[in-house]
Write a protein that binds this ligand. Structure first.
Ligand code: URA
Length: 209
């Protein structure tokens, strides 16, 4: 069974409260999402493999640790996932970036896919799929379904705010995918928005309505 990792660092929780606040405008919202995404990367990359390399300090030769291989890929789910991308790339600048585009049909609330472009060497990569909100889990499940057809080595899902319903759905469909989230909220409302949540992440990032 996959794990759900709740990242409760005080800096993340503080910034998340500012993100949730309806009076936070798009500029500040974007900056905060960026910062929280960077902070979350520490936890998400905790298990990256290390190897010894030989270097020379100004004092002597020594063996020291570096990350083994450069095999990460970041995949934002369009469009709100883009808001987290730069924050993640700040700490993993050499990662390749793919994109998956799905929207939620307003009637059926089911995801409809319209774009998918992944790194060509995706079979040699561990992917970090990013989306600020995990609501019904329909979009994330469909995105992971689609990405898995290209056989990446591993997938982690990184979310800012998750609903219990979304976590359950992803875990059921993809028991091999760990979910990293900064909050697990109470529930979904009748329009499948997370309560208390932050509203529509895409609209708040880009000032649309
Ligand atoms: N997508 C959002 O942007 N917000 C929600 O609350 C649910 C889905």
């Amino acid at each position: 069974m996959s794990e759900t990792i709740l990242i409760e660092h005080p800096l993340i929780q503080h910034k998340l409260t500012m993100i949730r606040n309806k009076d936070t405008g798009p500029k500040e919202f974007r900056e905060l999402v960026d910062e929280v995404s960077t902070l979350m990367v520490y936890e998400v990359t905790r298990d990256l493999p290390l190897e010894d390399v030989e270097i020379e300090t100004p004092i002597c030769k020594t063996k020291s640790k570096m990350i083994r291989g450069k095999n990460l890929g970041i995949v934002p789910i369009l469009r709100a996932g883009l808001g987290m991308l730069d924050g993640v790339l700040d700490l993993i600048p050499t990662a390749k970036v793919g994109h998956v585009g799905l929207y939620r049909d307003p009637e059926t609330l089911e995801p409809v896919e319209y774009y998918c472009k992944l790194p060509t060497d995706v079979t040699e990569r561990d992917l970090i799929v990013i989306d600020p909100m995990l609501a019904t889990g329909g979009t994330a499940t469909a995105a992971v379904d689609y990405i898995k057809k290209r056989n990446p080595r591993n997938i982690k899902l990184v979310i800012l705010i998750a609903a219990p319903e979304g976590i359950e759905r992803v875990q059921k469909a993809h028991p091999d995918v760990d979910i990293y989230t900064a909050a697990i909220d109470e529930k979904l409302n009748d329009h499948a928005y997370i309560v208390p949540g932050l509203g529509d992440a895409g609209d708040r990032l880009y000032g649309t309505k």
